[in-house]
Design a protein around this ligand. Structure first.
Ligand code: DAH
Length: 345
């Protein structure tokens, strides 16, 4: 093996570094830079490879110093290569950046879905009144969904026609009311909970129905709760949610409440004079409610002689439609960015 002096090796490394540096600066495209990389740094036949092979020709005592020289030169050339690559990249894509700190031309903004916005606002308003949030399973037993809620055994809602069954006893909950029973079983009064969640019905998908939709349930149970609590709380909610409005309660029927009532609010679109959103009535029905039926308390193991309560259930999807004057529920399910963008704040 021909011996090599440290001086000769140093000269070799510095001419490598000079030539490689000039070639990198001269590369005017990503392709020519890549060719330069192969020529100087290529693992198989690059110049750097040749130099590293020469290390063995050096005197043993010189090798450590030569190795450092070699490494420094390699790092310097690699760094120059990288920075040139960065400089060439935008030009390659046909973009010239006048000012790289300029904001992107289109700033996409995320938005909360209008139904989620209704649920979030409800939770906030009721939280101020001391309510907490409770959740329950969407796959539910028919006892929780119907039996515990005082549905008679032959109630039409239990029909295959209206309910999606998973097996004989397991179904997709048709409302959030079964979480009333679960909450009453799990916690001792006083209870004040809000229960948001998805529910499922064997409904067609049309302008006013969807087979899966959101509900928000409310439940209050304590000693001495009366219909006045229900009315005051729900009226307060309506005024907070819709901005000072008018409400009215109409008698209704649900198996799990007695007495039962539906609450209407003044139509926000026409302010009561009648329009297509309120079907000319001037009012929008927003929820069902009532005093918890004693049989519901009893089936959950709560003493109905000692405790009373009230509950409500509403559909935030319908409320979102009414709030924004939207005529077709299906748009809430479309994930159409042009629609959702309108709610970005
Ligand atoms: N569960 C009823 C439904 O899905 C809504 C409802 C009405 C819930 C009255 C309640 C209530 O808690 O008191 O139609």
């Amino acid at each position: 093996m021909t011996p090599l002096t440290l001086q000769e090796f140093t000269a070799l490394v510095s001419s490598f570094q000079d030539e490689a540096g000039a070639a990198i600066d001269g590369a005017d495209s990503a392709e020519s830079l890549e060719a330069t990389r192969t020529k100087y740094l290529g693992r198989a036949h690059g110049w750097l490879k040749d130099i590293s092979a020469k290390l063995a020709q050096l005197d043993k005592g010189d090798r450590a110093a030569a190795g450092r020289l070699f490494n420094d030169a390699r790092l310097a050339v690699e760094a120059a290569m990288e920075s040139r690559q960065g400089a060439l990249a935008p030009a390659r894509a046909g973009i010239t950046l006048a000012d790289p700190t300029m904001p992107a031309r289109r700033a996409w903004k995320g938005a909360v879905h209008p139904v989620t916005a209704v649920i979030d606002e409800m939770i906030e308003i009721f939280r101020e009144l001391g309510f907490t949030v409770a959740l329950g399973p969407e796959a539910e037993s028919s006892w929780y969904n119907f039996g515990s809620l005082n549905f008679p055994a032959d109630h039409p809602a239990m029909d295959l026609h209206d309910t999606l069954y998973i097996s004989d006893d397991l179904l997709l909950r048709t409302h959030t009311s079964p979480v009333q029973t679960r909450t009453l079983q799990g916690y001792a009064p006083p209870i004040r909970v809000l229960i948001p969640g998805n529910v499922h019905r064997r409904d067609p998908f049309d302008a006013s129905h969807a087979p899966t939709f959101a509900q928000v349930e409310g439940l209050v149970v304590d000693e001495g709760i009366t219909f006045a609590d229900l009315k005051a709380t729900l009226t307060h909610f309506a005024n907070r949610f819709f901005g000072s409005t008018k409400t009215r309660f109409r008698p209704s029927y649900f198996p799990f409440t007695e007495p039962s009532a539906e609450m209407d609010v003044l139509c926000g679109v026409c302010k009561g004079s009648g329009c297509s959103v309120c079907k000319q009535s001037g009012w929008i029905e927003i929820l069902g409610s009532g005093l918890v039926h004693p049989a519901v308390l009893d089936s959950a193991g709560v003493d109905s002689e000692k405790y009373t309560g009230w509950a409500f259930g509403m559909g935030p999807g319908r409320t979102a439609l009414a709030r924004h004057g939207i005529p077709d529920i299906r748009i809430l399910y479309d994930s159409d960015v042009r629609f959702l963008q309108q709610f970005a704040r």
